[in-house]
Design a protein around this ligand. Structure first.
Ligand code: UP5
Ligand code: MG
Length: 195
């Protein structure tokens, strides 16, 4: 596909803030495809014969960012498959979480329309992750990994958020309230831009 064929919205926010939850709401109400970079990495990790399985596993457990080449290739593949089916509008969740990824993706794949940023205190995110960790089976939903994810988010991913804020391409939504209340704010902020 070419860069003009697709429409891309980035969805960013700290670990456990509710990116996946709100993307599911958006997909229900708008004609978008939800691609979670983390989900794509976990699927690749679990894929038999993947040469990156071990690398992805350790990076996720340590809460650090997998090299961009891997993540961008997974995203591109997933997008290609969707475009073939005529689906061209994407919510890209949990990506880009490092400046090099943002620049490379926008250069090579497509420019983002805007970034939806979910904002929340670490305390609230921690509670959500610990609760989810009781049943998620995710290898990074434990207190040690969660602390590392928070650190990476502040040091490595917030510069991306600030970069889009400076470009006036950031829509920031507070996320402390209930899922339903947060979604009301999301809709009010972006529904006119989801066409
Ligand atoms: N919940 C959600 N909203 C709520 C609300 N308003 N009130 C109360 N509860 C709420 O939600 C988390 C939990 O909170 C759920 O139980 C939910 O019901 C509840 P969820 O929607 O899953 O939050 P989300 O922001 O998607 O959390 P997630 O854990 O997926 O975020 P991360 O950004 O940490 O995880 P991701 O999967 O994106 O990445 C994992 C790892 O992959 C990274 O740490 C990194 O190592 C690697 N990665 C890369 O290397 N590169 C990438 O580009 C992407 C990922
Ligand atoms: Mg998620």
């Amino acid at each position: 596909f070419t860069r003009d064929e697709v429409k891309v919205i980035f969805v960013l926010g700290g670990p456990g803030v509710g990116k996946g939850t709100q993307c599911a709401n958006l997909v229900r109400d708008f004609n978008y495809v939800h691609l979670s970079a983390g989900d794509l990495l976990r699927a690749e990790q679990a894929r038999e014969g993947s040469q990156y399985g071990e690398l992805i596993k350790t990076h996720i457990r340590e809460g650090i960012i997998v090299p961009q080449e891997i993540t961008i290739a997974l995203l591109k593949n997933a997008m290609t498959a969707e475009v073939k089916q005529g689906r061209t509008k994407f919510l890209i969740d949990g990506f880009p979480r490092k400046m090099d990824q943002a620049i490379k993706f926008e250069e090579d794949v497509a420019e983002s329309e805007f970034t939806l940023y979910f904002d929340c205190t670490e305390d609230v995110m921690l509670q959500r992750l610990l609760k989810r960790g009781e049943s998620s089976g995710r290898e990074d939903d434990n207190i040690e990994s969660i602390k590392k994810r928070f650190k990476t988010f502040v040091e490595t991913s917030m510069p991306v958020v600030d970069y889009y804020r400076k470009q006036n391409k950031l829509i920031s939504v507070p996320c402390e309230k209930s899922k339903e209340e947060v979604y009301e704010i999301v809709k009010a902020q972006i529904s006119d831009r989801m066409v």
